[in-house]
Design a protein around this ligand. Structure first.
Ligand code: ZN
Length: 331
């Protein structure tokens, strides 16, 4: 049985925003699951994955093979999807307040009547997910290999999810402190497992990838006792990296960004991976960017004209980064 749980929140201009949500109920013998995509709004891949997964789950329930219940919120952020400027959709930050959409969820819960429309939406989303035992939050990076971002308390049991999704990188975090959705759910609802899945980069949206990722989530739901279907998930062979060992390289100057390494490439400490041409035409304006330690390039800046201070790339590492000061990576 499918229940339409779509709801409304007030928007920024006195309008009303709609959030589509559906709960597919099984026979009640399996765990409750919450799947959502697009908290930052500009993360499209997961929207397509859940769009395709929803009818599969409904058919599964109709056939009597759904044991748990699954709540699906394919486009979780109704504010950001309207932020089009000059033909481009600008997610990540709420234009009216400047707030990162995936921060401050904890504050929204503390208030009886949330102070802002944004906080009201955040509170409603947490409340919807709060009774789930398994929570997956689907994000995307700028350009990236697929990876899992997961709290250490859910490791190593999260390896099954990583293996099902065929991701070969998991980033383990300990303390967030800035009220992301996942952190807030963990603190206030205590799920058995919660994870952020980064479905590559913003341009990586295709039926083929969505099918592959949907199949991965499906296999994990089977293995987790949500769907009554045998699932074969092999051992995970990937790499788990502590949050503090990730290296984030920022642009020291603005300019034309030229990558010399690709996603997934290995780099040695000190090896060049990109350069920025500060003032094209002037050879001495080229700034070479080098890896801070030996590791693998796993995310890259999508635009090739870069602003000073922007994240150029992120790398895995094996020792704590000198630039790490705690906190989250920035999903
Ligand atoms: Zn995100």
């Amino acid at each position: 049985m499918t229940t339409d749980l779509s709801w409304h929140v007030p928007g920024d201009s006195g309008n009303t925003l709609h959030i589509g949500a559906w709960r597919i109920e099984g026979d009640g013998s399996g765990p409750r699951v919450h799947l959502q995509a697009g908290v930052h709004a500009d993360e499209i891949a997961g929207m397509l994955v859940l769009h395709q997964l929803l009818p599969r789950l409904q058919a599964c329930a109709d056939q009597g093979r759904l044991k748990g219940s699954v709540t699906v919120v394919p486009q979780a952020n109704p504010f950001g999807i309207g932020q089009f400027r000059q033909g481009r959709q600008l997610g990540r930050f709420h234009e009216a307040t400047g707030q990162n959409f995936n921060r401050g969820f904890d504050h929204s819960l503390a208030l009886d009547r949330p102070a802002s429309n944004l906080a009201q939406w955040q509170k409603s989303l947490v409340q919807l997910a709060a009774e789930a035992e398994l929570v997956l939050d689907l994000h995307t990076d700028d350009e990236a290999v697929p990876y899992l971002y997961i709290h250490r308390s859910f490791w190593p049991q999260g390896q099954a999810l990583a293996a099902a999704l065929k991701v070969d990188l998991a980033i383990l975090w300990d303390d967030g402190g800035d009220g992301s959705f996942e952190e807030t759910i963990i603190a206030h609802a205590g799920p058995r497992l919660a994870a952020t899945i980064e479905l590559r980069g913003q341009g990586d949206v295709s039926d083929q990838l969505a099918q592959q990722d949907g199949d991965g989530i499906w296999a994990w739901l089977c293995a987790s006792g949500v769907i009554d279907e045998p699932a074969v998930i092999g051992d995970w062979q990937g790499q788990a990296v502590d949050m503090g060992c990730m290296e984030t390289i920022l642009a020291p100057c603005p300019g034309v960004l030229v990558f010399e390494k690709g996603l997934g490439d290995e780099v040695e400490e000190g090896q060049r991976f990109a350069r920025i041409i500060g003032r094209p035409g002037q050879p001495d304006s080229e700034v070479v960017l080098r890896a801070a330690q030996t590791g693998r390039m796993v995310t890259r800046h999508r635009e090739r004209l870069v602003a000073q201070g922007s994240v150029v790339a992120k790398f895995t590492g094996s020792r704590v980064s000198e630039s790490w000061s705690g906190g989250v990576l920035d999903p």
